[in-house]
Design a protein around this ligand. Structure first.
Ligand code: ADP
Ligand code: MG
Length: 600
């Protein structure tokens, strides 16, 4: 880690240097004498497609939302700029803002309709409006029907017109580089962690205050914005628009590019776009030569090659590229960053949580049967009972993950039943899950930092432009502090997926602590831990209690529970059968019968 810190402090990482050199080589290509215009035109097309594919990597690859409608967003922008510049004499740069704004409005409306759809309904939804809007493009009179709009003026700066492939190359690729940088920045931020959590851990993200529906919409609109810029460029590069490039066929091709590139990095979109564009180009030239005739065999071969790639490497081409790159530097943790604000602690001994005849029924099954108990601030309370007793369900009711059938829950004197997990997290209840919910391919540090989501406020714009660094430093420092506190310091920069199950449970505690909770709900935190690790966990929970934390924990290890807790509530078949100090509960006949009896 000290090595990484050094690298960060001495300026750019080796990886950044590598990217800069690669960009410099790319930007030199049009300057090399004798490079055919045809090559430059191919590179222009790759850049235009890469812009769309970068958005799809974020939307589909990272966020898990498949869209068959990205070409539609290119179309909105291309037609807007064509109408404004060809018919009304607008400058392309002014029409860029209008085109992006029109696409933004369209994306928000289409997003609000389609993004909440789950599973395969989402791609089907995008397919539906993709087809419908393509039909509009080709039927509306003022958009020129199938003939489209022509001529569209070229982009110009201070009188210089970007007419030819060589000059437009730089305009296109500057946009591509900016898009890669802003998207990379975005992923490496508070909002980025929320986006990355959408696919694998959206339930956990909600419990830490992420508005997943809104985050999905934000990603959807962001991807549409990149498609809009590509569409705007396209109109001025081609100097004409017609419906063909904005249909579902084109959308599918963009999707191929994103998938072929891989989800590892926004720059993978460039490789995906290059691969698909070049493959199509080669096949279109080679196949008629091999088979003769006019038949479009290239579509068939193209399909076969793509299926083979997906078979071979589900992660796309990026892992192959990544092997050649220097390892990314570990994120720098600024130990001197100002601590995040903390919430006021409740008065020790005051009632912090109160369950009043709480009931949860799943159809005929009463999982939690009119249970009442309360917890005082500064206590460690055990919630025990045989498997299926309703312990996890009780947790889910308190944290808002499940709605109550009836009853009341108060937290710090305020009713919280009926609130969303987000609103409950906001009030200071942190939790872990019986079935761990972490992102295996995200670092331990980032997983834990997700817990501090509500303690920051940086959004997409500030993250993309790196204006969030002061806040991000505070969040990462807090996450690092909690990771070290629970004893996972040496694993901080590893992928969470490389940790043992027991360690992941501890990781979840660190994540919950990052919320700055006043009440911590731990569902079987010691399961899978070795004896020594359990002792460490006990020690940690005692330490937290001494600092004023209140803990409600579910645990099967009776030694662990009896030694640690101040108070125990026992459930059996959803009903509270006993409650009291560990000494009282362990001698309670009903408990021995229902629970300890089974062990004895
Ligand atoms: P515990 O955590 O004490 O082992 P749970 O709270 O997970 O028990 O489950 C209590 C009962 O509720 C079990 O019978 C379980 O099968 C049932 N149950 C839990 N969640 C659901 C659900 N989402 N739908 C239907 N039944 C459920
Ligand atoms: Mg359970």
């Amino acid at each position: 880690m000290s090595d990484a810190t050094m690298k960060q402090k001495s300026g750019l990482s080796r990886r950044s240097m590598f990217f800069i050199v690669l960009t410099a080589i790319l930007f030199a290509i049009p300057l090399i004498p004798g490079v055919p215009v045809y090559w430059i035109t191919l590179l222009d097309n790759i850049g235009l497609a890469a812009l769309v594919a970068i958005g799809l990597i974020l939307l589909t690859g990272v966020g898990g939302m498949t869209s068959f409608g990205q070409a539609t967003f290119c179309g909105f922008a291309a037609y807007t700029t064509a109408v404004l510049c060809a018919y009304h004499g607008f400058s392309p740069w002014i029409s860029l803002f209008v085109a992006v704004a029109v696409t933004l409005v369209a994306a928000v409306i289409l997003g609000i309709i389609t993004v909440p759809l789950s599973g395969h309904y989402l791609p089907l939804g995008t397919l539906a409006w993709g087809i419908a809007i393509f039909y509009l493009f080709s039927k509306l009179d003022f958009l020129g029907r199938n003939d489209g709009i022509t001529p569209v003026p070229p982009i110009s700066i201070a009188g210089y017109q970007f007419f030819d492939s060589r000059s437009i190359f730089y305009v296109i690729w500057i946009f591509v580089i900016i898009a890669v940088l802003t998207t990379t920045n975005l992923l490496d931020s508070r909002t980025g962690r929320a986006i990355r959590a959408l696919r694998g851990a959206s339930g956990a993200a909600e419990s830490f205050g992420v508005d997943t529906t809104r985050t999905k919409l934000v990603v959807f609109v962001y991807a549409a914005m990149l498609a809009a810029i590509s569409g705007w460029l396209y109109a001025h590069v081609q100097r004409a628009v017609n419906p063909t490039p904005f249909g579902v066929g084109a959308s599918i091709e963009y999707l191929f590019m994103a998938v072929a590139g891989g989800t590892g990095h926004p720059a993978a979109a460039i490789f995906g776009a290059a691969f698909v564009t070049l493959l199509k180009e080669i096949l279109t030239r080679l196949l008629p030569f091999l088979f003769g005739g006019q038949a479009h065999y290239e579509e068939v071969v193209f399909g076969i090659v793509l299926v083979l790639i997906l078979q071979k490497s589900r992660l796309g081409l990026w892992p192959l590229v990544e092997k050649l790159l220097p390892q990314p530097a570990d994120p720098f943790i600024d130990r001197k960053a100002e601590a995040l604000p903390v919430r006021t602690r409740p008065e020790p001994g005051s009632k912090i949580l109160d369950l009043d005849t709480v009931r949860k029924q799943f159809q005929g099954l009463v999982a939690v049967n009119d249970v009442s108990f309360s917890i005082k601030a500064g206590e460690i309370v055990g919630l025990i009972g045989p498997n299926g007793a309703g312990k996890s369900t009780t947790f889910n009711l308190v944290t808002g993950t499940l709605p109550l059938t009836s009853g009341k829950i108060e937290f710090r004197g305020e009713p919280i039943h009926g609130l969303s997990p987000r609103q409950i997290a906001q009030r200071g209840i942190g939790r872990t899950f019986q079935h761990v919910k972490v992102l295996a391919d995200m670092s331990v540090l980032d997983n834990v930092a997700l817990g501090a989501h509500l303690r920051g406020s940086a959004g997409v714009a500030s993250a993309s432009l790196r204006l969030d660094r002061a806040e991000e430093a505070r969040i990462l420092a807090e996450a690092a502090r909690q990771i070290e506190r629970v004893g996972l310091g040496e694993h901080m920069h590893k992928q969470a997926g490389s940790l043992a199950l027991g360690q992941l449970r501890i990781l979840e505690i660190a994540r919950a602590l990052c919320l700055d909770p006043t009440l911590l709900l731990l569902d079987e935190p010691a399961a899978g831990l070795r004896h020594f690790e359990k002792q460490q966990l006990s020690e940690l929970l005692r330490q937290l209690r001494s600092e004023g934390m209140t803990v409600l924990l579910v645990e099967h290890d009776m030694g662990f529970v009896m030694n640690l807790t101040d108070h125990i509530v026992v459930l059996d078949f959803g009903t509270k059968i006993a409650e009291g100090s560990p000494a009282v509960v362990s001698k309670h006949p009903a408990v021995i019968q229902a629970y300890l009896g089974a062990d004895a």
